[in-house]
Design a protein around this ligand. Sequence first.
Ligand code: AMP
Length: 114
Amino acid sequence: MPNGCIFCKIASGEIPSSKIYEDTNILAFNDINPKAPVHVLVIPKKHIPTMNDVTEADSQLISELFQAMQRIAKKMGIAESGYRIITNCQKEAGQEVFHLHFHILGGRPLKDLG
Ligand code: AMP
């Protein structure tokens, strides 16, 4: 685990989180500063800093992440009403935590988010 990565610490249980979903390779938990009634962060347990660092070796993991997000949207009751998946890559996009993560947002109209 890279020193000080907060999402690695959440993945290992060192820092508590409000867990929504977990399997062998993936964890999902509520965002601490929600921008919508549903705001879940989905992370690989493996430390991948940004979208730029995803490689072909991660193909299976990326597929699992998208299947997990589908399940989580259903579980949170927003699969049919609608939801948005966001990943911020690097500083100008607003990435604050340098461990790959996907935001799942829903539960209200999201037009104010762009
Ligand atoms: P990003 O700006 O895309 O890097 O997103 C990082 C997200 O992590 C922000 O929405 C934060 O609110 C969220 N966050 C930071 N620390 C925690 C934490 N300990 N538990 C849950 N969410 C967090």
